[in-house]
Design a protein around this ligand. Structure first.
Ligand SMILES: [Zn+2]
Length: 333
């Protein structure tokens, strides 16, 4: 017998090794010279086969089966891994007994164990979910009754038009279709506007305050349908005030602040303006006015994180207007 044969022969009576661990902790096993991983494995097996359980008959059959079949420590560890995934202690012992009394290789035991562990099912609630991705298509997922989803699928699929065109026409082109009641602001720079009108629409991407983007051509189609608001923005002066002499209503200031910063301006934050709060750059408490020059979008978290008090020690930095644009200033400035 060479060293390999001796090693493999020693691995074979796995259950005898496990029973030999009775009364020993993981630390004890390490102290006896077991590697950490081996000690952990043995301690788990010892807990199952030497610990307390009310399923003593199943355990006895499992122990005898494993001894009879010569299951190695590797095989017993595989069985244990799947037994611990079973929903109840009873189910775990049914699995241990079944696999220990089965004569098979470790690989075959693993396949058998996999087929016995119940698959976890995601709980699906009826509703609509949106998945937003940067620079990639977004996903709208609809969960509903099978008949509703099947009808919906048939309605968009079984036509001459492309399914996406069917959906768009249904919701946005028909006179009878219900319009969205959420009004989103589309950000259009003056120089972009000129290019769109001149026919470069497909090449221009416009940012919307709900976090989505629109091509110039899509924008024109929407404009002609006359819904939503349009704010014109000058690259030199920021949001153009079309009603310069009038006092703004809050809703309008909100729309303009969102047009200027379609996402929270804090570095690396992507919260869309429609989900943001309106932040006073110079705090209201310190005399800051509610006019558009002093307002910015900021998500609830960063509105709270902003260093508002000019007399307090700076902590997280603050939003401020620099050369007409809203920028985050680090706390050490
Ligand atoms: Zn933010």
């Amino acid at each position: 017998m060479n060293a390999l044969d001796t090693y493999l022969a020693a691995m074979a009576p796995g259950m005898d090794i496990v029973l030999g661990c009775a009364g020993m902790s993981e630390d004890d096993l390490c102290a006896r010279g077991a590697a950490e991983k081996t000690a952990r494995e043995l301690a788990l097996l010892k807990e199952a086969y030497c610990g307390t359980t009310k399923f003593t008959r199943k355990r006895r059959r499992a122990i005898e089966g494993a001894q009879h079949n010569g299951h190695s420590i590797v095989a017993l560890s595989i069985i244990e891994k799947y037994a611990r995934k079973m929903p109840t202690l009873f189910d775990a012992w049914v699995l241990r007994e079944q696999l220990c009394t089965t004569k098979a290789t470790a690989g075959a035991l693993e396949k058998l164990a996999q087929s016995k562990v119940p698959k976890k099912k995601r709980k699906v609630k009826p509703g609509v979910r949106i998945i937003r991705r940067k620079d990639a298509p977004w996903t709208l997922a609809i969960d509903g009754s099978s008949s509703f989803i099947a009808n919906l699928h048939a309605a968009v699929e079984n036509q001459d038009k492309k399914p996406l065109d069917v959906v768009e026409d249904t919701f946005f082109d028909s006179d009878t279709a219900q319009r969205s009641t959420v009004v989103t602001n589309v950000l259009v720079r003056l120089e972009d506007y000129v290019r769109i009108v001149n026919g470069d629409g497909e090449e221009i991407t416009l940012q919307m305050t709900n976090g989505a983007t629109l091509t110039g051509a899509q924008y024109l189609r929407r404009t002609l349908k006359e819904h939503g608001f349009i704010t014109l923005v000058s690259p030199y002066e920021g949001a153009v005030n079309l009603y310069r002499t009038q006092r703004f209503a809050n809703a309008k200031q909100r729309l303009m602040a969102g047009a200027e910063n379609p996402v929270c301006p804090w570095p690396r934050c992507a919260k869309p303006a429609d989900e943001c709060q309106i932040h006073h750059l110079e705090p209201w408490l310190h005399g800051g006015l509610t006019n558009i020059a002093n307002l910015s979008t900021a998500c609830a978290y960063h509105n709270g994180a902003n260093d508002d008090d000019p007399n307090a020690p700076p902590l997280r930095g603050r939003l401020a207007r620099e050369n007409g644009q809203i920028r985050w200033q680090p706390p050490d400035r």
